[in-house]
Design a protein around this ligand. Sequence first.
Ligand code: NAD
Ligand code: TDX
Length: 362
Amino acid sequence: MKTIVVTGGAGFIGSNFVYYLLSHSTSSRIVVFDKLTYAGNQRSLQEAIETGRVHFVQGDIADSRQVHALYHRFKPAYIFNFAAESHVDRSIEGPEAFVRTNVEGTFQLLQESRRYWMGLKGRARVDFRFLHVSTDEVYGSLGKTGSFSETTPYAPNSPYSATKAGADHLVRAYHETYGLPVVLTNCSNNYGPYQFPEKLIPLMILNALEGKPLPVYGDGKNVRDWLYVEDHCEALWKAMTKGSPGERYNVGGSNEKTNLEVVGTLCRQLQRAYPAGQNPALLEKGLKDYGKLVVFVKDRPGHDRRYAIDASKIRRELGWIPHHSFDTGMEATVKWYLGHLDWCRRVQEGNYGRQRLGLLKK
Ligand code: NAD
Ligand code: TDX
């Protein structure tokens, strides 16, 4: 039985990936290694752990002893590295944690992967892979046209994307220098179940339900290329099992939307699922339309204007295609949040109050 290690598996994409593995890799043992920061929550894995196929270990990827113990104990065939500090706004206020986890943490995983892989023999050595989950933000910001391909030069603009870029360079170097069988993926914005409510879509859904302002940064015309998280999970599994060592794959949904369009879509979806006219929080304010809650607020410092991914390589070489349109994905997402308000309350409790993050203090 293959053991698959999922670092950061208690976070948004990691937990979705664990559920994906449970249904698509039915004979593997899954080990989640997660520090459980504010963004990680074992609650997100509750049903997965109940299957008996998922083993949870609390630990820090930047701690070499813990990482060594992880490899020694579980002898993984595959490592998926999702663990990261992931919120751009928080990286503006406190970049240190981003350097430690995203750069140093990835470095410690690579060091241990190399040591461990060198000690493997036969088939186990040939099959071993380290897949590093990265982002389109490493490529910087686009103008009105064009898209990021695998050969676009890096130009990260936030401390978050700079630390992700640093990690990507290390991953690449461990292949070039030591031959470590790594695969690198750079994906666009994900949305779906279990996303921590500091990110645009869940924040807007929860604020709207509570009749709170929907804070749109700047003019709301920044563009992101949205991908439903399950489609990302499928791309990662394909990249691991069919991709070639040393290769990089860009992943994106070709769903470019301005932030205002995203907020408009989710307000319409909410209106269908729970009309504002029946929501006491909106009735109290005399509002019959969630869209009336939109407010324009001070822009994010260094706010990237537009991201767009050219995913033709992974489509062509690995046969990956996204299955969710933006409308079906958003409908599923709104439904999920409406059905999981208890999860939302518990992950925020004592941790985060949906306050504005990432403004520079004078
Ligand atoms: P997230 O913030 O929801 O989850 C991150 C997880 O990593 C949490 O469970 C957290 O506890 C854990 N973690 C943090 N520091 C750790 C450490 N030092 N050791 C072990 N675990 C640690 O993030 P996400 O949105 O699920 O993103 C997962 C990965 O995908 C990240 O690497 C991110 O850069 C990348 N990515 C995210 C998106 C997106 O839209 N969310 C898009 C492209 C790529
Ligand atoms: O309250 C808000 N208002 C607003 O207008 C928030 C939280 C965000 N925004 C804007 C900023 C961005 O243009 O919405 C857009 C999306 O913001 P985030 O959800 O913070 O995502 P983004 O900065 O695009 O980064 C995300 O996608 C790439 C993930 O958080 C990263 O981890 C991933 O690498």
